[in-house]
Design a protein around this ligand. Structure first.
Ligand code: GLN
Length: 231
């Protein structure tokens, strides 16, 4: 254990539905982020209280010190590093675009002219979509939850969704009715975040625990629980 965090309880904010990183199964919050954090906490001797807030709400809660940290499939970006300190990266990610599985019209960004796409408020996907919106002539509508984003594409109120590719891939494999049609755009890897210069002991303990889990095989075991090819 890590002495300065020993026995402490930390409040950690997360997203609501971001499978396989955080989602509810039989009412219980589960996923890679939850398993990693809980296993690291156990290894390092601290307690965690999870708040399932939504992505942008979790970041706001962190900024206003209502939570001590955030784990939410949160990408480490240069812009965010100005206000948050991140752990070592624990998962590589990036952005991809998905459309309705039955959509034969939208095969790439050039087919988005005059259309509306959805992305998550405050996310890398939103930043990316907005960065190419003028070039391709589409409109970006921001929503707070991945589940709502996917539903709006299924319902036809948006033609496409920009989200993290591991999350899109997981949902598509679970038959959510979408398909990806563009190449993956490399983005930031995921990290655990605290406010800049604050909760340094917690951040150090997270990094120590993550290194330990990587060394003892627990990290691979957790990832395989959610990502292993079932075939
Ligand atoms: N990885 C993306 C980001 O950090 C999305 C995170 C999320 O939607 N939970 O912006």
């Amino acid at each position: 254990g890590n002495e300065s965090v020993d026995g402490q309880t930390y409040v950690v904010g997360t997203d609501t539905t971001f499978a396989p990183f955080e989602f509810r199964k039989d009412g219980k919050l589960t996923g890679i982020d939850m398993d990693l954090l809980n296993t690291i906490a156990k290894d390092q001797g601290f307690n965690v209280e999870i708040r399932s807030l939504g992505f942008s709400a979790a970041l706001q809660a962190l900024s206003s010190n209502q939570v001590d940290g955030v784990i939410a499939g949160m990408s480490i970006t240069d812009e965010r590093k100005e206000i948050y300190d991140f752990s070592e990266p624990y998962f590589e990610s990036g952005i991809q675009m998905a459309v309705d599985r039955d959509d034969e019209a939208v095969k790439g960004y050039e087919d988005l002219k005059g259309k509306t796409v959805v992305a998550k408020t405050g996310s890398e996907g939103e930043t990316y979509a907005k960065s190419i919106a003028n070039e391709y002539g589409f409109k970006v509508k921001s929503l707070d939850q991945s589940a709502t984003m996917y539903e709006s594409v299924k319902a036809g109120s948006a033609v496409a969704v920009f989200d993290d590719y591991p999350v899109l891939a997981y949902g598509i494999a679970q038959n959510n009715g979408l398909k990806t049609v563009t190449d993956k755009v490399p983005g930031g890897s995921y990290g655990f975040a605290v406010n800049k210069g604050e909760n340094t002991a917690l951040l150090a303990a997270f990094n120590d625990g993550l290194a330990e889990l990587k060394a003892n095989g627990e990290y691979d075991k957790i990832l395989n629980t959610y990502l292993a090819d079932p075939s």
